[in-house]
Design a protein around this ligand. Structure first.
Ligand SMILES: Nc1nc2c(ncn2[C@@H]2O[C@H](COP(=O)(O)OP(=O)(O)OP(=O)(O)O)[C@@H](O)[C@H]2O)c(=O)[nH]1
Length: 379
């Protein structure tokens, strides 16, 4: 799918609008601010991750000259706004309303061009973080050391070390060593930007520990090695189990989503209606030549579970499928609870029902029958 097709297929997804901040109910959603010097790559990141723009197309993006707000509205878990700032923004201008801008901000992503001199960027980073922290100490600060596709591995590591050191030293000099900065090496030309954005978004999901817990339960009861809960359109993962994420597994799962969506677009749509390619019939099983299986199941309109497991363990597909149903039900309950929470505006813990799901998982594992496997199923 290209940029144009996604815009047509998901008209409400990433509904771009420009204007003055602070308008309408959208502002209740957590905000991710994209800041950094001119040409550091902010708009490219936003377009590639959330609008499926191909990296090469970003060469033709024009410079941003006012704040561009982008409403990301694709599921109950992933709801936020991205505000793309012009590189030349000046915090000391009287029109810059820092209380309003940083006040409702969940995360501030500061982009540094790794292919350029970064001393000026570090000064700007320090100013930005200091100002934002004073307004809102709860902001998560994420530094993207960006455009690392054009540099050697040694240079990458050295830049990261140097930037980290200088940035934290500058904060310590200003007496702000309590501020935590997270660093990510990113490029729009590979999956690193999706991985980094996944981590940023995850920090804005209050239910993350619950989702991770559910995934841990699922994999340990189903012989699965790794499981990701993906936001299908952006391919950012909103949760994964506790085992470490390796880039290759993540890339494989992203590629699988692309294959499923592309095949569904070509063969899965009925008639000429423009039903979204991903629906409750979507599932896919791909056997790799190293005895590994990739298994994808639809969780809801926007989320997919993608698992990596050994072929031997897939002989008990019935167990996996049953456990998946329990998992999906549990996710639905988390959604319901969240909705209730939002409505009543009061906190409540949503872990209780998980115990029920866990018991069901354990009991069924002993009784379930084997399932049959097919090479590639795309419905
Ligand atoms: N090599 C490389 N180039 C990139 C990457 N990301 C963005 N670029 C290029 O960097 C240039 C500037 O990108 P923009 O996204 O317009 O930068 P910006 O920060 O939004 O710029 P302003 O709107 O002026 O603040 C474009 O030519 C992009 O193609 C990357 O990961 N690697």
């Amino acid at each position: 799918m290209n940029y144009q097709e996604v815009e047509e297929r998901y008209p409400t997804y990433g509904d771009d609008f420009e204007g003055e901040p602070g308008v309408g109910t959208q502002d209740q959603k957590p905000r991710i601010l994209l800041m950094g010097l001119r040409r550091s790559g902010k708009s490219s990141i936003q377009k590639v991750v959330f609008h499926k723009m191909s990296p090469n197309e970003t060469l033709f993006l024009e410079s941003t000259n006012k704040i561009v707000k982008d409403d990301i509205n694709n599921s109950s878990f992933v709801q936020f706004q991205i505000w793309d700032f012009p590189g030349q923004i000046d915090f000391f201008e009287p029109t810059f309303d820092s209380d309003m801008i940083f006040g409702g901000c969940g995360a501030l992503v500061f982009v540094i061009d790794a292919q350029d001199e970064y001393l000026e960027a570090l000064t700007k980073l320090n100013q930005t973080v200091t100002k934002a922290y004073k307004v809102n100490p709860r902001i998560k600060f994420e530094v993207f050391i960006h455009k690392v596709d054009g540099v050697s591995d040694d240079f990458k590591m050295e830049s990261q070390r140097d930037i980290h050191q200088r940035a934290t030293d500058d904060l310590a000099d200003a007496g702000l060593d309590q501020i935590h900065l997270s660093f990510h090496l990113t490029s729009i030309y590979d999956h690193s930007i999706f991985e980094a954005f996944s981590k940023v978004v995850q920090k804005l999901i209050p239910q993350l520990p619950t989702l991770e817990n559910l995934l841990n339960i699922l994999i340990s009861n189903s012989g699965i090695e790794k499981a990701f809960l993906f936001d299908v359109v952006s391919k950012i993962y909103i949760a994964t189990d506790a085992s470490p994420v390796d880039m290759q597994s993540y890339e494989l799962c992203c590629d699988m989503i692309d294959v499923v969506i592309d095949l569904s677009c070509i063969y899965g749509l009925q008639g000429s209606t423009d039903i979204a390619a991903f629906d409750n019939q979507s599932s896919s099983l791909i056997k790799l030549n190293n005895s590994t299986i990739l298994y994808l199941r639809e969780v809801n309109k926007f989320l997919a579970l993608v698992c990596i497991l050994r072929e031997d363990n897939f002989s008990r597909q019935g167990v996996i499928d049953y456990n998946f149903l329990c998992f999906r039900e549990a996710i639905e309950r988390v959604f319901e609870l969240r909705l209730k929470q939002q409505k009543s505006q009061c906190l409540q813990h949503d872990d209780d029902f998980l115990d029920g799901a866990m018991v069901a998982n354990g009991r069924t594992q002993m009784n379930a029958s084997d399932g049959e496997s097919v090479d590639v199923i795309v419905t």
